[in-house]
Design a protein around this ligand. Sequence first.
Ligand SMILES: [Zn+2]
Ligand SMILES: [Zn+2]
Length: 139
Amino acid sequence: MDTKVIKTLVEHNIRPSVQRISIMDYLMGHHTHPTVDEIYTALAPSIPTLSRTTVYNTLKLLTEHGAVLTLTIDEKNTCYDAQTEPHAHFLCKRCGKVYDVMYDNETMEEHAPDIGGHDVQEVHYYYKGICKQCKESDK
Ligand SMILES: [Zn+2]
Ligand SMILES: [Zn+2]
């Protein structure tokens, strides 16, 4: 097993069980913002004891400990992201793909509104439209 995955779990105070390691490993290796179903379908063949509920509960735990981000950009599906550095997301309305949009912290701080003394733990920037690939297939 990947020690980087175990290290990430431990750093977030999560006890690394086989299922937690597998799910975290999948998320860290697939930057496609998978849903519960996608993760379950990918891992079920290698972990016969895995259930959808376990995947869901594990993702909930990983999110609560800050190891994973939960995205609600797509109203139909909740997506999960192991990239917890601040970044924005772009959802293609045609193919449904969620893309990472990276930008530097300075830009974000510069444009950050005055929150008014509240303690910010998560920031979500969502963009929606038609992705480059879909635009190109139009031609
Ligand atoms: Zn697209
Ligand atoms: Zn992302």
